[in-house]
Design a protein around this ligand. Structure first.
Ligand code: PHE
Length: 467
């Protein structure tokens, strides 16, 4: 199997694909808003420290595991333990999680696609109506957009690693950078842009408390696509010549840089739209930011550049978010695809077909859980609130299980697979790794405080969400 396992064609291809996974909706909208609300520059500093000292070792470990095993996450846990049942459970969870998060992410990507198309056909004025979003998500046309996104993702994935995943990343990631830089340059010319910039960058440490720290770490962990088996899977497609530590740093820096630059677009735009805005009152949710607040903001640009001009800027914005979302979606669907190929011996096409049906059914059900079907909308109740099917998927897999998967991974790599093997794997492609400070830090952190921190996040989430 592994002799003819597909590979990325180059280091750049791998880094772009991994960065494509990491750069997503979370970077472009979620990050800027939470940075602004939680102390601006102070949040940026804390976030950077979390990325460097907590997330980077986890990313390195995921990649090392994948390349060593040359398998999907389930296959990796399974094969490196000789089929140990306990650890196969961790492997199964590392496949189930991306499957369910794929559903969650698909729902949102479909909306973005819908808003992109609507902007392009000249309906920005309609999108800017605050009631539009509620109507849009409950109209049956949403299933048409869903079909569009599903076809695109499958067309990319059926091409395989080199001709699908890598090619899409090589097209979309540079385009994404250009669109982002273009938008930042434009937004900075708007009135009052500097006030937004100041709010974003000037540190205010008084906002720091345990919940902000928890939020920053969760955001960093999710943003770097950790705990979802993605980097295990992608790294199973690289050769022993690649320097994993070096590539991980590149991915972490790219992802954080895009998040930071997105803030230079979002906050100046918000302040120019409303100079008296109090960012603390902005909604925490990326969803209401993208689909309710920003369309109103984008429409006001027509006073300066006309309706067509405003529509062009809005179209560029939605295209940017769409590219970011598609490369993330591709990476997350690749995990169960690779697992089915490995476990069942299916061809790529057959795995994709099976998954298209399975994720399709769940995505349709989740999409109907915003009001179309009462039983799905008020599916259950916990923590004192009604929860829809979509809420459950998001709470359980995105909020709760992600740090738990990270915890299992740290314990697995250092105590079961063992540090010496990890070091051995990381020394391939990086001769100076052994004996380096990096090696000591990675081994120490993964076996001590990182799992403790992830456990605390997990326990805190369980305690606050469900009781
Ligand atoms: N890193 C992505 C983001 O910031 C999250 C993600 C990655 C979600 C891959 C799904 C799949 O939005």
């Amino acid at each position: 199997m592994s002799a003819n396992r597909e590979q990325f064609s180059s280091r750049l291809g791998f880094i772009l694909a991994a960065a494509g996974s990491a750069v997503g909706i979370g970077n472009l909208v979620g990050f800027p808003v939470s940075a602004a609300k939680n102390g601006g520059g102070a949040f940026l500093i804390i976030y950077a420290l979390f990325v460097a000292f907590i997330c980077l070792p986890v990313m390195i470990a995921e990649m090392a595991l994948g390349r060593k095993a040359q398998k999907d996450p389930y296959g990796a846990y399974h094969s490196l333990t000789g089929g140990d049942k306990k650890w196969s459970f961790a492997g199964a969870l590392a496949v189930l999680t991306p499957f369910m998060i794929a559903v969650f992410y698909m729902v949102i990507t479909v909306w973005i696609f819908g808003y992109l198309v609507q902007t392009l056909v000249g309906n920005l004025d309609q999108l800017a109506n605050p009631n539009n979003f509620g109507t849009f998500i409950n109209e049956y046309t949403v299933f048409g957009y869903m079909a569009g996104v599903a076809i695109l993702v499958n067309l990319i994935l059926v091409g395989g690693v080199k001709k699908g995943i890598e090619k899409a990343a090589k097209l979309m990631m540079p385009a994404l950078f250009v669109l982002l830089i273009g938008l930042v340059a434009y937004v900075l010319t708007l009135d009052n842009a500097m006030a937004g910039m100041r709010y974003y960058i000037v540190p205010d440490f008084s906002k720091m408390d345990a919940s902000v720290l928890n939020g920053a770490l969760s955001q960093a962990f999710f943003s770097l696509s950790l705990g979802m088996g993605i980097l295990i899977t992608y790294a199973s497609y690289i050769s022993k010549k690649e320097d994993i530590v070096g590539s991980s740093k590149m991915v972490a820096v790219t992802d954080s840089l895009v998040a930071f630059i997105a803030g230079l677009m979002v906050l100046p735009a918000i302040f120019s739209f409303n100079p008296n805005v109090n960012p603390e009152e902005l909604s925490d949710s990326s969803v209401s930011m993208i689909f309710v607040y920003l369309p109103q903001l984008l429409l006001t640009l027509q006073a300066d550049i006309g309706y067509v001009g405003a529509s062009v800027v809005a179209g560029i914005f939605f295209l940017l978010v769409f590219f970011a979302a598609i490369t993330s979606l591709v990476s997350i669907v690749e995990v169960p695809t690779a697992s089915l190929m490995e476990a069942k011996g299916y061809s790529r096409k057959k795995s994709l077909t099976v998954l298209a049906v399975a994720t399709g059914i769940l995505t349709v059900l989740c999409t109907m859980s915003f009001g179309m079907v009462e039983g799905l909308t008020k599916f259950t109740q916990y923590g004192g609130v009604d929860k829809s099917l979509f809420d459950i998927v998001s709470d359980v897999f995105y909020d709760t299980i992600l740090p738990f998967n990270g915890l299992l991974l740290c314990l697995f790599v250092t105590y079961r697979w063992r540090k010496a093997n990890l070091s051995e794997e990381l020394a391939h492609g990086n001769e100076s790794y052994k004996g380096s400070f990096m090696e000591k830090y990675v081994n120490f952190s993964l076996s001590t405080f990182i799992p403790v921190v992830l456990l605390l996040i997990f326990v805190n989430t369980v305690a606050t969400k469900y009781f």
